[in-house]
Design a protein around this ligand. Structure first.
Ligand code: HEC
Length: 307
């Protein structure tokens, strides 16, 4: 009779309905099986589930580096042989350009003692001395410095300056000392070929992927529309246009950075702090740190007025 229990005797269904925890006692074995199967399935799918989160190995593990935004360049071709000879006109033009673009770091007399250069490491080159040059002091080598900058230092590229203006600056720099070496004819030819100076330089506009994504996002469409007007605004204010030229990788993006956040607007000191933040986040050039207070104020007033 012991084997003749009815099922109801083994499982007291009434009690189960009253206290659902008992139900669990009955199905837990299925529960565990479910967890194990689920777990195995999860482990099996890990590579898929985490696909974009695991940094790839080897050389691809470097942080993603976006392409820089570059305005298409249209530079007139030049006669290198002719331009490589200094004359008064070129030197005078070079002096003006040097004073507005370079003296802040390299000093009015080229001694590397400009205010903005203080504390830089490496320090701005002393253009009067022949010590410690990386690219060198020949025209062709100076041109390379202006075209490419010295990567990893505050010496940025001035590739946007017209070729003739760069030669003008070079001739002016070379008046700082009598011992600047002379290029051979071959070196000048090589310079011409390497940077296609007689052909001029033409390139398409290029924008970083990140910027393209901002531009694509609907949310920001209004701001984008506004940012795209920056060139029109600058046309009416040449002094600020000059400042933009110094600090902006890209005019639209720079203006965009200012209008997407208005915390800088109440006070000049906030503006200065915001400027520094933009430099730190690489949104604008480090040259923004060298702006004079007057220039910063001009920029501040201008941005406020068009906001
Ligand atoms: C923000 C500061 C800054 C500005 C502005 C600046 N430079 Fe420099 N420059 C430097 C620094 C820093 C170095 C030293 C880099 C190094 O030692 O690698 C340097 C180095 C140089 C060198 C030496 C290159 C070599 O072969 O070693 C030349 C030439 C030069 N700058 C020219 C210019 C000219 C011309 C301008 C203006 C069009 C200019 N710099 C603007 C900071 C600046």
């Amino acid at each position: 009779m012991g084997n003749n229990h009815k099922y109801e005797d083994e499982i007291n269904f009434k009690a189960v309905i009253k206290t659902p925890i008992r139900w669990f006692g009955i199905v837990y074995i299925f529960f565990i099986i479910f967890v194990i199967i689920g777990g195995l399935f999860y482990i099996d799918s890990l590579p898929v589930l985490t696909a974009n989160k695991v940094p790839p190995e080897g050389k691809f593990a470097e942080p993603f580096k976006d392409i820089a935004k570059k305005k298409g360049i249209k530079l007139e071709g030049v006669d290198v042989k002719l331009l490589s000879k200094p004359n008064d006109e070129l030197i005078a033009q070079g002096k003006t350009l040097y004073e507005s673009n370079c003296a802040s770091c390299h000093g009015a007399e080229g001694k590397g003692d400009g205010i903005a250069g203080a504390g830089l490491n490496p320090a701005p080159r002393n253009l009067q001395s022949s010590d410690g040059w990386k690219n060198g002091r020949k025209i062709s080598q100076l041109y390379k410095t202006l075209e490419e900058g010295i990567p990893g230092t505050a010496m940025v590229a001035y590739e946007y300056l017209p070729i003739k203006e760069r030669f003008a600056i070079i001739h002016y720099i070379r008046t700082f000392s009598a011992d600047y070496p002379i290029d051979t004819e071959d070196e000048l030819k090589q310079l011409d070929i390497e940077y296609r100076l007689s052909e001029g330089k033409f390139s398409e506009n290029q924008i970083p992927v990140a910027l393209a994504m901002i531009k694509l996002s609907n949310e920001n469409q209004e701001l984008n529309k506004k940012a795209s007007k920056i060139n029109t605004f600058l046309d009416d204010n040449q002094a600020v246009a000059e400042i933009f030229r110094k600090i902006a990788f890209d005019y639209e993006l720079t203006y965009y950075a200012f209008i997407k956040n208005s915390e800088w607007m109440n006070e000049f000191s906030n503006f200065e702090a915001y400027l520094n933040r933009l430099v730190q986040s690489n949104a604008i050039k480090t040259t923004a740190l060298n702006l004079s207070t007057k220039e910063k104020e001009q920029l501040f007033e201008f941005l406020k007025s068009i906001n």
